[in-house]
Design a protein around this ligand. Structure first.
Ligand SMILES: [Zn+2]
Length: 231
């Protein structure tokens, strides 16, 4: 009887360990059509996030203002969208370098490229007086196909994951380490823009018959950060 009991306990322990390890290693299956498409691209079509291009040598005229807690102390990342259906990533950057006194961000992204245009160790000027001293800011350029949109999200999420790691900011978390410009306007103030909400809504509806929100973006960032996107 005693032997049976021991065997039973041992079996339970082995099963529990098996399920624990299996459960830990596996990513949640995304219940979102955009995320499923991105994951399938990475898993089965050889998609890789775009390697960051460094254009900082062109940015010497930009002011170098520290974040509120100091140089190289950002607190998170703000996601923008240009709201211009006719621009390209290079036309946006050319415009920004000419008009930096009005606004500038750290990075631009589209379906094929991720380009660093201002040093992320210093604040940029894209989301108002409250957010600028706190956050790194990246601008999504409008793209015009299903694959480009999916890949743009992958590129932007990889950028966000890399920044969270580089500046030791922990996990992607809504209105803590990851903000939309819309979140800034609604919850911090100092701005009234609502990007990238319309762009994300329209793109998800047009190409995926679905929705795409900041929670989906955050899911993607954390999967990339934890290396679990294709597990
Ligand atoms: Zn914006």
């Amino acid at each position: 009887m005693k032997g049976m009991k021991f065997l039973f306990c041992l079996l339970t322990a082995i099963l529990a360990t098996f399920f624990f390890i299996n459960g830990k290693a596996k990513a949640d299956t995304p219940n979102n059509s955009v995320l499923r498409y991105i994951r399938d691209g990475v898993k089965n079509k050889g998609w890789k996030p775009a390697a960051e291009q460094n254009w900082l040598s062109k940015s010497t005229m930009l002011p170098k203002n520290n974040y509120r807690y100091g140089k190289a102390r950002p607190e998170g990342i703000v996601i923008h969208e240009t709201a211009n259906p006719r621009s390209t990533i290079t036309s946006e950057i050319t415009y920004m370098y000419k008009n930096w006194r009005t606004a500038f961000v750290h990075n631009f992204v589209d379906g094929n490229s991720l380009i660093g245009v201002a040093d992320t160790d210093y604040q940029c000027w894209g989301a108002g007086a409250i957010a600028n001293p706190r956050f790194i800011q990246i601008e999504q350029v409008e793209v015009h196909s299903k694959d480009e949109f999916a890949r743009e999200q992958l590129n932007a999420a990889k950028f966000a994951a890399d920044q969270l790691n580089h500046y030791h900011l922990g996990a992607a978390s809504q209105r803590k380490t990851i903000w939309t410009h819309d979140d800034v306007s609604k919850y911090l103030g100092g701005s009234n823009h609502t990007d990238p909400i319309n762009y994300w809504n329209n793109s998800a509806k047009d190409w995926f018959s679905g929705i795409y929100t900041i929670n989906d973006f955050i899911w993607l960032v954390n999967q990339i950060k934890n290396n679990t996107l294709t597990k």
